[in-house]
Design a protein around this ligand. Sequence first.
Ligand code: GCW
Length: 899
Amino acid sequence: MFSTQLELFSSKAAASAIRQAIRYRVGLALHVEHRGAEGQNWFSEREARVIGRSRLVLLCCLLLTLVSANAEDGSQAWLRYAPPVLNAIPADYQKMPAALVDLDSSPESISAQKELRQGVQSMLNRILRVETKVPANDDAWILGTVEEIRAAFPEFHTDSNKPAPEGFSISILAAHGHRYWVIAGTDPRGLLYGAFRVLSGIARGVSFASMQGTQSPAAPVRWVNQWDNLNGTIERGYGGRSIFFDNDQVRSDLTRAGEYARLLASIGINGCTINNVNANPKLLTPAMIHEVARIADAFRPWGVRLSMSVPIDAPQILGGLDTFDPGDPKVAAWWREKFDQIYAAIPDFGGIEVKADSEGQPGPSKYGRTPVDAANMFAAALKPHGGIVVYRAFVYNHHLDWNDIKADRARAAYDIFHPLDGKFADNVIVQIKNGPIDFQVREPVSPLFAGLHRTNEAIELQITQEYMGQAHHLVFLPTQWKEALDFDLHAENRSTPVKDILSGKSFHRPLGGYVGVANVGLDANWMGHPMSMANLYGFGRLAWNPNTTAQSIAEDWTRLTFSNDPKVVSTVSHMLLTSWSIYERYTGPLGLQTLTNITGPHYGPAPQSQEHNGWGQWIRADHDGVGMDRTVATGTGYIGQYPPAVAAMYTSLKTCPDNLLLFMHHVPYTYKLHTGKTVIQTIYDDHYLGAQEAAGFVTQWKSLDSLIDPERYQKTLALLEYQAGHAIVWRDAIDRWFEKMSGIPDDRHRIDHDPNRIVAADMQLDGYKPIDATIWETASGGKAYACLDQTSCTASTKLNRPAGWYSVAVQYFDYRRGVSTFTLQLDRQAIATWTAENTLPGEAPNGDTSTRFTLHGVPRRPGDTLTIEGHPDDGQPAPIDYLEITPEAAPAPQAASAH
Ligand code: GCW
């Protein structure tokens, strides 16, 4: 029996199934070697420990392994090609041609052809027959470029609405007594995008007739950035290790790179930067370039061009020159030669990303040079090959003086780049983060978009949820991005929405576009949270057409990812569409930014960390008031960087929107918003409301039980329950902090007056000892209770509550290392056991690690004793905070839920 199990584990699929089971608590426990046959480590040490520790049923894992072959693990994302469950299949599908002719035969058209055959067979159970010529006596699908189709069918016209480069037209052509379903691309990429559009239509039950029309992308540059390191880690990646690199090499198996490119192509993305903008020069060695060419090969069938981030000091570090001065001819010659080498290996190489003079990265300032000097040097070397330079405007001093009331990081990009407008070469694009700080939950649009009229511009959006819950929280970002793209900057006193600036329309620029930091990883579902892929999907849709509404993105994604069932579509899209505002409410409302630990992992609450440091994400809260004064008259002058109409709106307290008030102004806590409520009471109320709304996600999701496949249902449920608990951590921490800072109590006296809460300090403790929570506001009374130097500890409480059913929540801390075990006992009888094995970013009791386990339907009689028993593990001392015991109307159908 045991050896059979070991054989099972010598497959990666089995390893991944087990990993999912560990991560999402599928009640699995087993005993197994954690090394693969070829000596490769499939499990992290922590996962291996969980496996090693458990000794239960092997059958479970056998079942799991068998099931996983067909399981909905999220790997297919929105390209599942599941048979569409619809009331009625569109009538014109009956007339779908069986023959398929590809007039183009480029790598992209071969992909399109394969994809159509696969999708039609999988969704409609119809096999398409590939023909080499247009059949004389049959209807047919025709794939080709506009020119190729016109050559075969002189009657084919797209002139009235001609697709632009990379665009396509879908039409039905009647000729020779037959009907041809035509997908015509301006070029092979356009053709491929057209095929994907048809398949998305079929999956959503759209008739072929209504798919007809012409579409063109809004901008030529639609790229993703991956912040992958050569050692296989990913900066700010939450979906596992790099799909490209491992151990300072390009992975031998690039299957996932190809699958990623397919996903990207399906939403119109045409470029991918494969490595961290904090770039490692090793990627530029001849051996690595040779290896990287294999990634480009995996991308090519999908029309995705590969690009690289390069460190500006490579000529010195790698090339042995005594300088990397962009003004030095030998430096320029080094880069020319380097790009020649790259193009010899990757003829369709897209270009480079440059992060320089930013957060410790070397830059041209070392030699008294500007970003123009650096960017134009690269541009000249890339130009003969058709490559572009994407130069990031994320350049700022991270050693700002907090005591200087005029210092302001938000000003940096405009101050540095605006004077350089008109000086960048034509194949340079300046890449600007959507807001002036750094992907915070709420920021105004960067004024630099309006500050460059003679420079190509791209917006940088962060798809990976660095400041947005790191794939532990559901946060749908297209809602946020839409606000930025639609924002009218009124440059030159005329209408100039950001989306028109990016497309080149506002200032007549030839290049421009969209760059999204995606950071997918090797996890089966790419990004960690099943809902996070809605952000990648939404990024692609907006880069293609920024006029797409967030609602249609949410609905389409839900249909493609889960189901066309109307209840699923309305529930999931409602959850998605409300999630950003909810996250904003329980983290940092009123323009306070994310209020997370900015000197740490950017995850849990830590408002004080915003102040007294050089990073400049300050909120300037004191006893009397809060907010950064960014006005011209009395503040940092940042508002003056906007065109006059926008500057006037932000300057006046009357017109400054409440949701950016504290980004723009410093006001007393008692200042009344447009709602009539004070700033401080709004902070309190928003946090209570946000936490309540986050709990609502759980209820909404539970209404879909039976309508979603069990694997994704359970995984999402566990995450949403965790999020609901963590939203309470956020609420309590931020409200406590502001109450202490302002000295103004909540007018509803909720803060630290939780009638159902019993804090560990008030319990009978055996072995548990108080330790300081490293951020006081993230634990009751600033203390966690830890089980130190013992094998187990208990905390008990006797409660005289009326008899009835209750839910019992245990608030504990789950460090990244160690897997403590907890047992909850009712009158010494174990009623639940769970382990602290989430992968949260912290090693101490604080807002990153505070976690909740909730058990529903607990019966209680007056005088019962509730006991938490903690068993520490590997430096994680089973720390606890409090119990919360809430009456329940009746035992909930779901008995236990853990995180
Ligand atoms: O937000 C910050 C991130 C860094 C990142 C940097 C950037 C790649 O915390 O991890 O570095 O932005 O955008 O360059």
